[in-house]
Design a protein around this ligand. Structure first.
Ligand SMILES: [Zn+2]
Length: 231
């Protein structure tokens, strides 16, 4: 899953309107930010294999620290606790917890059985939607469209940065997805890991344009929205 994780972050604005989109994007992609670090350290392992299906070019040999369900619950709890410690927003912290966990659940739908429950567990899980390339693309783009719609409906641009920063963000995510689906396989594990780490840049970018947007008043006569405190 790739753009689906971003879709979930955008949609989460529904439940945590006062939480920066930077946090709401960081949470669902957290596991895929930890994973390249563990790859580079050598704690986790992946192989690049030949396949005409672009989703099946990575063989996840071992990744219990970043993608084992027990560890993921730990990462979710850690991330939500840190967020709550800084922001003191319970709704935001609970949303963040579910967002980190959502990554594993969405990966479970698309991955072939390679997701462990915990380190050393021999049982590997995954429903394998990736075997069906066009179904995967349809599901991910539908999720992204829904996420964009919810975010655009729940927030309103205060200025041009809020407007164009958001749509440029969407355009870049879609372009990168196109590169994954139609482009060449990753040349090496190191380059794959560095590329994955670069998605960290989406976090400050999301924070930036989101800070130039504000919650939209939903429905008529609900009164003005109270101004939000900075996170
Ligand atoms: Zn993942």
């Amino acid at each position: 899953m790739f753009v689906g994780h971003y879709a979930v972050g955008l949609a989460a604005k529904q439940f945590a309107p006062r939480t920066s989109l930077g946090v709401l994007i960081a949470a669902p992609i957290l596991l895929d930010l930890l994973w390249p670090i563990f790859l580079l350290i050598g704690w986790e392992h992946v192989s690049i294999v030949e396949s005409v299906n672009p989703f099946l070019r990575l063989q996840f040999d071992s990744y219990p620290l970043s993608h084992g369900l027990v560890a993921v619950v730990g990462w979710a709890t850690l991330f939500a606790s840190v967020y709550f410690g800084f922001a003191r927003q319970l709704a935001g912290a609970i949303t963040v917890w579910f967002l980190v966990l959502s990554h594993w659940l969405m990966d479970y739908i698309v991955h072939r059985p390679d997701l462990p429950l915990y380190a050393g567990s021999s049982r590997l899980l995954g429903l394998g939607l990736w075997n069906r390339r066009w179904a995967t693309i349809a599901v991910e783009l539908s999720l992204l469209a829904a996420g964009i719609a919810i975010y655009a409906f729940r927030t309103r641009a205060k200025d041009k940065i809020g407007e164009f920063g958001f749509w440029a963000f969407v355009a870049v995510i879609v372009a990168l997805y196109g590169a994954v689906v139609f482009g060449p396989p990753p040349p090496s594990i190191n380059k794959l890991a560095i590329g994955a780490l670069l998605s960290l840049l989406f976090v400050p970018w999301a924070w930036w344009f989101d800070s130039h947007r504000e919650p939209r008043v939903v429905g008529a006569g609900t009164g003005p929205v109270t101004s939000s405190a900075p996170d």
